[in-house]
Design a protein around this ligand. Structure first.
Ligand SMILES: *Cc1c(COP(=O)(O)O)cnc(C)c1O
Length: 365
């Protein structure tokens, strides 16, 4: 640390030059995050000092968190769902597995996940000492229904399905998982970190939420398609009492029990998340999602015309292609199987897609 602080001018000229090295989102085609909505930024700034880790001090912020849970619970067809604002899908998934582990005590617990599971499950299994059993893909890159039961045994504490996979944008056979969860009395966690704020706004999309009776909990990330500021995730549970499994005594706070993972928590991002929801409403979300889906379809038809086949028709705005090209200047990722993966987020406008298609078409010849 320097002995005497620098001037504000020096500081901010340093910060601006460093920020210039961040890519921004302009030519980023692989991120599940995007530019936050202006109302999210405004709300975030308004609640900048809010600490939800000590909710007695911030009862206004806490009421916003309750509203967020109520809104997302209602969107998931269960207005009475319990929940809290997490730092993102990783924390939500970890916390869901902690609940599942606590609800079913066995000496060598395992969980059954699809091959497409996000790497947050690797972290969670490491932290919680869980064995991860992976169900292979079917031909549509979804969890193969026919192979799930083989992986389940008496030590299975949790089944996991993904609603909007990170790599291929598809939804696992969650209603089948729900049947299995009910029959075998196993916790079912649905990772809708990405799809949770996309699928409800698409007509005839697969059912993945609390309408399925076996679903115990759901992860949804407002900092992805919810256009909120980072870090905003949300974990929803079917019954608020499930959080009792995680309670610890917190003697010197304004509340005496805490079930969250983080202690000090960002109230600003919760305010941002709920603000976007209030500001846009279902109509606003529907129009943003339908534009992203139309852009996804335009990308797909453009790529196919250039001779790069789509791997699987996605359920959300993620598309993977058989295409080996690495186009300079663009940020594009690859799936574990090596497919080109593009996420048409709101910052990926129609113009950007047209430019990309033109450039990739020229790279072809
Ligand atoms: C993004 C994502 C995660 C991880 O969320 P973070 O917010 O990055 O912690 C988990 N699961 C799925 C399906 C995701 O898309």
């Amino acid at each position: 640390m320097r002995k005497y602080g620098c001037s504000e001018e020096e500081l901010f000229s340093f910060l601006s030059s460093v920020k210039g090295r961040d890519l921004g989102y302009n030519k980023v085609l692989s991120s599940m995050c995007t530019l936050p909505h202006p109302v999210a930024v405004k709300a975030h700034n308004l609640f900048i000092e809010s600490n939800l880790g000590d909710p007695g001090l911030f009862s206004g912020s806490m009421s916003l968190e309750n509203l967020l849970v109520e809104r997302l619970g209602t969107l998931m067809h269960h207005p009475a769902a319990g929940g809290y604002g997490t730092s993102g899908g990783t924390e939500s998934n970890l916390q869901a597995l902690r609940i599942a582990k606590s609800l079913k005590k066995t000496s060598s617990p395992n969980i059954v996940v699809p091959a497409s599971a996000h790497f947050s499950f690797d972290k969670a299994c490491d932290i919680l000492s869980l064995e991860m059993r992976t169900v292979p893909y079917d031909e549509g890159y979804r969890m193969d229904s026919g192979q799930i039961e083989d992986k389940i045994d008496k030590n299975t504490i949790c089944l996991v399905g993904i609603a909007g996979t990170t790599e291929y944008g598809v939804v696992d056979p969650i209603s089948h998982l729900s049947d299995l969860a009910e029959e075998r009395d196993i916790y079912l966690h649905v990772d809708a970190a990405f799809g949770g704020l996309v699928l409800p706004f698409i007509e005839n999309s697969p059912v993945f939420d609390f309408r399925l009776p076996g679903v115990s909990s759901i992860s949804i990330d407002p900092h992805k398609m919810g256009l909120s500021t980072i870090p905003s995730g949300c974990l929803l549970v079917k019954d608020e009492n499930m959080f009792r499994e995680l309670g610890v005594d917190t003697p010197y706070l304004t509340v005496n029990r805490e079930y969250t993972l983080h202690g000090t928590r960002c109230g600003a991002a919760v305010a941002a998340a709920v603000s976007v929801i209030e500001y846009l409403g279902t109509e606003g979300f529907s129009s943003i999602i339908s534009e992203c889906m139309a852009n996804t379809q335009r990308l797909i038809s453009g790529m196919e015309r250039l001779g790069y086949p789509l791997v699987v028709q996605p359920d959300v705005n993620v598309a993977a292609f058989e295409c080996e090209i690495n186009l300079p200047g663009w940020v594009i990722s690859r799936t574990r199987a090596g497919h080109m993966r593009i996420v048409p987020m709101p910052h990926v406008t129609r113009d950007i897609i047209e430019t990309f298609l033109t450039e990739i078409g020229e790279a072809n010849v």
